[in-house]
Write a protein that binds this ligand. Structure first.
Ligand code: ADP
Ligand code: MG
Length: 237
């Protein structure tokens, strides 16, 4: 029963994501197609053509941002359950985002305790954390500190990501993960945290966020420790 439920949740998460991806990418592409057709049809004056090109370029950038939030690593549909080495994957996420961190003059501190393993889809795990870390870096446009820390308890694995960015007020915190909720205007998609929440939920994890405006934010992600459920299972059988 529980297994079926989990499967249904996973399918729902995946199909929600795929539906919004195609919607979010189709819109800008349709608009680009329209402008290309216009450019091919008539001899518009240079200013007009430049305006069309500018909008089309913005729309392509938009589609690219959406793909970044959804699919930097993750395949949309294939779910693979494997053993995930938390430290390896998180350091990979940080190395991918190193250019952004450097651009924002953010100092990164990684504190990994021991050899922590969880189970889930490795690439989706990376996507979930890339979205959290990217937001943290974007919240520190004029420098700051980011810390990632991992802690293992008998039953759980904790991943804590802190930034010293501009923080969130109560309303922003409540709306986090709501599709299309973004305070970044054209630079945001409002899809990153939705994807992160959905991946973490599918991995049977949970996430707690706290924040102070002007001080920074803490993202605390908790996964079940697979080792502990193995132990429990063998005790029960
Ligand atoms: P996007 O980054 O495209 O705006 P997200 O879903 O990734 O969309 O994030 C939604 C909103 O949550 C952001 O626009 C921002 O207002 C807020 N947010 C997320 N993470 C942080 C953070 N670390 N610090 C401050 N605000 C954040
Ligand atoms: Mg984001």
């Amino acid at each position: 029963m529980r297994k079926q439920l989990v499967k249904a949740e996973k399918i729902e998460a995946v199909s929600n994501i795929s539906a919004s991806i195609s919607h979010e990418i189709r819109n800008p592409l349709t608009s680009v197609k329209g402008f290309l057709q216009l450019l091919g049809e008539e001899d518009y004056p240079v200013e007009k053509r430049n305006e069309f090109l500018k909008i089309a370029t913005e729309e392509v950038n938009r589609a690219e941002q959406v793909i970044d939030d959804y699919l930097t690593f993750a395949r949309p549909a294939l779910e693979q359950v494997e053993e995930i080495n938390v430290q390896d994957e998180l350091s990979h996420v940080f190395s991918v985002l190193m250019p952004l961190a450097n651009m924002h003059a953010v100092e990164i501190n990684q504190v990994y305790s021991g050899n922590i393993k969880i189970t889930g889809d490795r690439l989706k795990f990376q996507q979930a954390f890339i979205n959290i870390v990217k937001n943290g870096l974007e919240a520190m446009p004029s420098g700051g500190f980011m810390t990632v820390e991992t802690v293992k308890s008998t039953r759980e694995v904790h991943i804590i990501i802190k930034d010293t960015g501009y923080g969130m007020n109560e309303e922003q915190l409540n709306r986090l993960g709501e599709p299309y909720y973004s305070t970044k205007g054209k630079k945001g998609t409002g899809l990153g945290m939705m994807v992160t929440y959905s991946i973490i939920r599918a991995m049977k994890g949970r996430i707690k966020v706290s924040s102070i405006v002007g001080k920074g934010s803490v993202f605390h992600v908790i996964f079940p420790n697979p080792h502990s459920s193995e132990k429990l299972r063998s005790q029960n059988s």
